[in-house]
Design a protein around this ligand. Structure first.
Ligand code: EAX
Length: 330
């Protein structure tokens, strides 16, 4: 064996010897997946499905460990954990994500999406993919769009059927500048707060109300501290499945492709659970004694018209053409 062949063969022989010495076993990497609400809520069922698919499809190289119920902090903290690498994967609403990836904030504009099909079609298409691709420059890997749902207003004081009814109420919002600006424009006093603090704040009366999709209102048992639900559907709340770059970059290209597909399929299960909450949750809340006010299209239009000053600002901030591209998507 000449010197050149020897140089090539030695590392190969060494690595074979090492694998043999380790009994051929590959170390299994644990993927810590964190999210809010319980395992049977919309993020949770998606996370459980992802856990199953990783076990089935990734050759035992990876194992998903679930951290539900905000165990690893509110959504902003979980996203920070993904940036730092202390959390491998997160399923979160886009609420705080805009503070890390400003390009996603356009999705938080009130009354931008007509319905679930419209929102999912845009997010799963080129517009949505372009936003996911912006995450890497901000220290995050956004694998797939998931879903939180259309948000509605609850409060302990009075029925809300018009902006005038909402005026002066102290409403908890997510830590999201677009939502806060919209509520300020309506004359509401927005109080940004991480979700784990919301139940106690409502119970103590430090805020009068909050706004969230049915799945969150039901899963967080907000009926215990809120009397009125107004089905405003004032904003579609996307969610995103994101990963720590430290974890993602250690994966082979095949495993990266696999985890992206698994995130997409997990999001599909989440979306089904959101639809189930939309079907059953309102009746459940009504049966529990919540005073529920449906708003007509005309009444929702009054909210949209009252938001005109904010829309003018959003057009400047995000570009009217970009807003129209989303609004007019089929
Ligand atoms: O993602 O903070 C919120 O209101 C979110 O909708 C909730 O954490 C679920």
């Amino acid at each position: 064996m000449n010197a050149k062949m020897y140089r090539f063969a030695l590392p190969l022989l060494l690595s074979v010897a090492l694998v043999a010495a380790s009994g051929g076993a590959h170390a299994q990497t644990v993927l810590r997946l964190a999210f809010g609400l319980g395992v049977d809520a919309h993020y949770g069922v998606g996370a459980v499905h992802m856990q199953k698919l990783v076990a089935e499809r990734m050759g035992g190289r990876f194992k998903v460990e679930l951290f539900p119920d905000f165990q690893l902090g509110g959504e902003r903290e979980m996203v920070e954990g993904a940036q730092l690498g202390t959390i491998d994967m997160v399923i979160t609403s886009t609420g705080p994500v805009g503070n890390f990836v400003p390009d996603t904030l356009i999705t938080d504009i009130p009354f931008l999406f007509r319905d679930y099909n419209h929102a999912r079609g845009v997010l799963d298409g080129p517009i949505g993919q372009a936003m996911l691709d912006k995450c890497a420059a901000k220290g995050l890997i956004c694998l797939a769009w998931s879903e939180n749902g259309f948000r509605h207003m609850t409060n302990s004081k009075r029925e809300i059927k018009s902006p005038d009814d909402a005026k002066g109420l102290k409403i908890r919002t997510m830590e999201n500048p677009v939502h806060m600006q919209a509520f300020r424009t309506l004359g509401v006093l927005p109080t940004p707060m991480a979700f784990p603090e919301v139940f106690n704040a409502l119970q103590a009366g430090t805020v009068d109300g909050q706004e969230n999709p049915i799945g969150v209102i039901v899963s967080a048992k907000l009926i215990q501290v809120q009397r009125h639900l107004s089905l405003t559907g004032h904003v579609y709340s996307p969610a995103v499945v994101l990963m720590s770059p430290a974890t993602f970059n250690k994966m082979s290209s095949d495993d990266r492709k696999a985890i992206v597909q698994i995130a997409r399929e997990g999001a599909g299960v989440t979306r089904k659970r959101v639809e189930q909450f939309e079907r059953d949750g309102i009746e459940q809340l009504k049966a529990g004694g919540m005073q529920i006010r449906t708003l007509s299209t005309a009444e929702k239009l009054v909210f949209q018209n009252a938001l005109s000053p904010a829309y003018a600002d959003f057009a400047k901030r995000f570009g009217q053409a970009n807003i129209d591209a989303i609004r007019n998507a089929k």
